[in-house]
Write a protein that binds this ligand. Structure first.
Ligand SMILES: C[S@@+](CC[C@H](N)C(=O)[O-])C[C@H]1O[C@@H](n2cnc3c(N)ncnc32)[C@H](O)[C@@H]1O
Length: 274
């Protein structure tokens, strides 16, 4: 990891961690089977799961999608730079590990605004080859993200922008669209947008669980329709098979041993900037 001086607006002291309010990154970590969470997160995660048990498969499918998408981007698409916003707590097969397995020289910038993620990421998201850097920044401020990323990435060369499980944290539809557009506008032709996000098309129980979660004090998450998420790829060339239920995006052969992967209230897609 590069250890560069803090950019304007970045925290410099030890991160403040609030263990009394449930937290997106830690609940996600709990559903993924991780240990970096507190009782308040496990209680909120269990309450969610009691209404919508599918959430655990959704979280795990999202991480498996990340592996397939990054493998595609670093391999077939030949991308060497990644900007992963909404990193989450380190787990197995983080973006830089998958990318650098394919292309050891790959440069990866992680971005998150959560102090817990920040603390773990600085320690764990390191690479012995290529470059891995971490920016403490907020998706609501894409200009700060771009300025921070430019210290590690060459924004004149293609970049794969990764937005996995984070667009829902932007409540307003217009703002979500304008943030994605602002980020993609700053990247050159041949760059990619990758999104995976929860949807509200299939399961009423998922919507109900999310409503409860959003009242818990955690930063709310807005479920959108698959169509609304597909619209975020406007102006880009969608990589086959388009924006689909997350486990159906280019499944590995092993994923097909029990038949077609399930339809989920979570869609994913990859689009190329022409
Ligand atoms: C559901 S987790 C997804 C983690 C990872 N991308 C994955 O797919 O496994 C959402 C992550 O987005 C981060 N996040 C939420 N709102 C954010 C914002 N406005 N700016 C930056 N990061 C944010 C959270 O801290 C958390 O780490």
């Amino acid at each position: 990891m590069t250890d560069s001086p803090p950019a304007p607006g970045q925290r410099t002291g030890p991160p403040e961690i609030d263990a009394t309010v449930p937290n997106s990154a830690r609940i996600w970590n709990y559903w993924l089977g991780g240990k970096d969470n507190y009782p308040v997160d496990r209680d909120a995660g269990d309450e969610y799961r009691s209404i919508y048990p599918e959430i655990v498969d959704v979280a795990r499918a999202s991480r498996r999608f990340l592996t397939r998408a990054v493998r595609y981007l670093a391999g077939e698409a030949n991308v060497r730079q990644f900007l992963d916003i909404g990193t989450g707590l380190p787990t197995v097969d983080n973006t830089h590990e998958v990318a650098q397995r394919v292309a050891p020289e790959a440069r990866v910038v992680y971005v998150d605004n959560d102090p817990v993620v920040l603390a773990h990421a600085r320690a764990l998201l390191t690479s012995t080859q290529g470059v891995t850097a971490f920016i403490d920044a907020d998706l609501h401020d894409p200009d700060a993200i771009l300025a921070g990323a430019a210290r590690t990435l060459d924004l004149g060369q293609p970049v794969a922008l990764m937005l996995l499980g984070i667009v829902g944290h932007i409540d307003d539809d217009d703002e979500a669209r304008s943030i994605v557009r602002r980020l993609m506008d700053a990247l050159p032709s041949g760059s990619y947008l990758t999104i995976c996000d929860g949807t509200n098309d299939l399961y009423e129980s998922g919507v109900e669980a999310q409503q409860l979660y959003n009242q818990s004090g955690a930063v709310p998450y807005r479920l959108r329709s698959a169509r609304q998420i597909a619209e975020l790829f406007e102006g880009l060339e969608l990589v086959e098979p388009g924006v689909v239920s997350c486990p159906r995006w280019r499944p590995d052969p092993a994923d097909l041993s029990d038949g077609p992967p399930p339809e989920m209230d979570q869609v994913a897609g990859v689009g190329r900037k022409p």
